[in-house]
Write a protein that binds this ligand. Structure first.
Ligand code: SF4
Length: 410
């Protein structure tokens, strides 16, 4: 999708910060983050994961910095990383200072963990002098006990208050290179907290539902929270927190932004019909095989797999490329126009072949190169199917008739 064509590009204005080479807020493209699960001291293992995350769509990667060996690992990782690195500081001020020494492009501080005002201000001063931004990462599960007590729990107001207090410490040392997160594992709390944060601060917001859990529930919770806020114009960067390979987090973040039209498509978007009584092929199997084969090409293309030739090409005419099944054959179409008819067994191979040719030659050239007899063959298949199945294969008309009869009797 063309980003400029999305109705969701209207964002709430925020200040802009720069994490390494990535701008966050102030109208910059919404960035995707993830976090490594390796020991940061394992430099090669961590770098391998960072490369995988970047390939899956992560713009920024966070690594834990919980001990000296991790900070020393960061000193070797940062210069070799393809994306900016943020260090997550848990409880120790020394680790924040060591991570800055290692050259990280950002820090994450949890106000519930690093609590002493003098230490917070020391880290902010060091970050200020080095031009390194900090995320104030408030988390409902580790809220500062005093705030928890005062608000009677980890309420949206309590989460925002925690961020406000941290900002006040930063203000004292004239540090403003900040983004904020107010995460909760409850989607409803998280949405309310970010809405309040957006109304309270003009700093960029980092979105996330914390501890969302394994797939598919974690993905649903993350999407429910993050997408709701993005659709309201709230949010400048995001992370899915999944109990899964972090590559899934990066992939999900990227795909969500592409689906909302907030980032340019850079990979495959496979759409497929849900299948119904008309389907002439096992749509799930063909779609799964097509997804695997086409993903490997790494092309920014939308491809449709449709279960029948009666409605498929028309319903998916917006796709760059598609295939619809009919009478043991596949109708290959480009932007709704039939270009070739292939045996059913060759459907996936035909999609891959045509996707490569579209990438090399462009849509116009491939439409011009279409098989001139394909449209007539396709029309004949379609007519045969309609003969076999009738126009109401899903029996909707019969059902409507029964509903009407029942209403008449009542
Ligand atoms: S009518 Fe055809 S394209 Fe539409 S859901 Fe049914 S099989 Fe798929």
């Amino acid at each position: 999708m063309d980003v400029t064509a999305s109705p969701l590009t209207q964002r709430r204005p925020t200040r802009q910060i720069v994490v390494g080479t990535v701008k966050v807020g102030g109208g910059a493209p919404i960035s995707v983050q993830s976090m490594t699960t390796t020991k940061t001291a394992d430099v090669d293992g961590t770098l391998q994961q960072i490369y995988a995350l970047a390939a899956a769509g992560a713009d920024i990667v966070r690594c834990t910095c919980n001990e000296r060996a991790a900070a020393e690992g960061l000193a070797q990782i940062v210069p070799r990383s393809p994306v900016p690195i943020i260090a997550d500081i848990h409880f120790h001020v020394e680790m924040a200072l060591a991570a800055l020494e290692a050259g990280v492009q950002g820090l994450r501080l949890n106000p519930g963990n690093l609590r002493k005002p003098e230490e917070i201000k020391l880290v902010a001063s060091e970050a200020r002098d080095r031009g390194v931004p900090i995320r104030i990462g408030v988390n409902a599960g580790s809220l500062h006990p005093e705030i928890y007590e005062r608000f009677g729990g980890a309420t949206p107001e309590a989460l925002v208050e925690s961020a406000r207090l941290e900002l006040a410490y930063f203000d004292e040392v004239d540090f403003h290179d900040v983004k904020i997160s107010v995460k909760a594992s409850s989607v409803a709390t998280m949405i309310a907290a970010y809405r309040l944060a957006s109304a309270t601060f003009d700093y960029p917001l980092h979105l996330g539902v914390t501890e969302a859990g394994p797939l598919p529930g974690g993905l649903i919770k993350g999407t429910a929270g993050i997408a709701t806020l993005l659709a309201e114009g709230i949010g400048d960067t995001l992370r899915y927190s999944l109990t899964a390979d972090p590559v899934e987090e990066a992939r999900a973040g990227r795909q969500l932004l592409e689906a909302l039209g907030l980032r340019e498509r850079r990979g495959l978007d496979l759409i497929a019909c849900p299948s119904c009584g008309r389907a002439e092929v096992d749509v799930i199997r063909v779609a799964t095989e097509a997804q695997a084969a086409l993903s490997a090409l790494d092309l920014p293309i939308q491809v449709a797999v449709m279960g029948c030739v009666v409605n498929g090409p028309g319903e998916a005419r917006h796709a760059d490329l598609g295939i619809a099944a009919g009478k043991h054959r596949g109708h290959l179409f480009i932007q709704g126009e039939i270009v070739r008819v292939v045996p059913e067994a060759d459907m996936v191979e035909a999609l891959v072949d045509e996707a490569k040719k579209i990438a090399a030659e462009g849509v116009t050239a491939r439409l011009a190169a279409r098989d001139r007899s394909a449209a007539a063959e396709a029309a004949a298949d379609r007519a045969l199917l309609l003969d076999d199945q009738g126009t109401d294969v899903n029996h909707a008309g019969e059902r409507i008739e029964r509903i009407r009869r029942r209403a008449d009797r009542a």
